[in-house]
Design a protein around this ligand. Structure first.
Ligand SMILES: [Zn+2]
Ligand SMILES: [Zn+2]
Ligand SMILES: [Zn+2]
Length: 315
């Protein structure tokens, strides 16, 4: 893997979208990973996007994750335990003074969306073989909690009390710190081992909607426009840009909304300018990954953006 310093230099098209410059930032959501579960470059793939990322680390993308940082309380929470967590921790600790004086740098909690490999397998690094956390709170749905408790190797984390599972009741708020609360909700998505949650993360002034995986906006029992308009920032499933990525494939089997479709749905919302909308969870095939391509031009011209590792949203 290339140097992490690439993540400290946001790409030109994102620079104008960063929100923390010149502002007092006490509560932050920091983006730690913006790739689909396979990461970019993806194992064994030598497509243009994967090769570009191998040749220039500024195009690397890590598996999907966020940090929620309350700098007043010196508390940090991680949304989704990606298997890239070791690198992602360095992005967290740029902001956390306690990195230098706290023995283990264990987060104050982890919130999980679902049991697909990019979103929870990083839990292994909190176990006996690595960081060896002590009763690290893991917030998840009932089905996800049962999956962890009843299946190795995750059950060992529970048995050795490296983690302690706290069940989330969809639709109900939990308070992480005096300044931060999170509401979870269910979304439709492939549910082999667990159901899938999305989150609204609320700081003192602003709110972020986070939906990294969803089958489609139509399949959801909520109205995506209303949900996006009720927050300040939205980080949404942008796995694929358009059907052009799948010549000859049955599109009904693609279990994610296309960015091109989402932009059509959300165009009036983006025009209003109240909510900043970023696409994340990008597959290695995504046409928007070509920095000189039409897709990324289209995205920025329409007032949307791509999420980027290291990006901070001030709440
Ligand atoms: Zn995923
Ligand atoms: Zn590839
Ligand atoms: Zn998934």
């Amino acid at each position: 893997m290339g140097s992490l310093s690439a993540f400290h230099k946001p790409r030109h098209f994102l620079r104008s979208l960063l929100t923390t410059r010149g502002q007092k930032a006490d509560i932050l959501v920091k983006v730690l990973g913006t790739a689909q579960d396979g990461g970019i470059p993806q194992i064994g793939c030598y497509c243009k996007n994967c090769q570009r990322a191998r040749q220039d680390p500024q195009f690397l993308r890590l598996r999907p994750s966020l940090a929620i940082l309350d700098l007043n309380e010196t508390k940090m929470f991680i949304v989704d335990a990606s298997p890239d967590i070791s690198l992602q921790y360095d992005l967290v600790h740029e902001r956390m003074e306690r990195a230098r004086n706290h023995k283990k740098n264990v987060p104050d909690g982890i919130l999980l969306t679902h049991a697909h490999i990019g979103h929870y397998t990083g839990l292994m690094f909190y176990g006996y073989e690595a960081l060896s956390a002590d009763k690290l709170p893991v917030y998840c749905s009932k089905r996800m909690g049962e999956f962890l408790a009843n299946n190795g190797p995750w059950s060992q984390l529970v048995k050795y009390q490296n983690i302690s599972i706290h069940l989330l009741e969809p639709g109900t708020d939990i308070t992480l710190t005096p300044g931060v609360s999170v509401t979870s909700f269910r979304v439709p998505h492939r549910d082999e081992y667990s159901d899938t949650l999305g989150f609204v993360i609320a700081g003192q002034k602003k709110r972020v909607l986070y939906i990294p995986d969803i089958q489609s906006w139509k399949a959801w029992d909520r109205d995506i426009r209303e949900e996006v308009e009720s927050v300040d920032f939205a980080l949404l499933d942008g796995t694929f840009y358009s059907p052009e990525e799948f010549p000859g494939r049955d599109l009904s089997r693609i279990g994610h909304p296309f960015i091109s479709t989402s932009m059509e749905t959300l165009r009036p919302t983006a025009k209003k300018g109240k909510t900043k909308i970023y696409f994340t969870h990008l597959n290695h095939s995504n046409l928007a990954l070509d920095p000189g391509g039409d897709a990324i031009k289209h995205i920025t011209n329409e007032g949307f953006g791509l999420a980027q590792e290291g990006m901070e949203l001030s709440l």
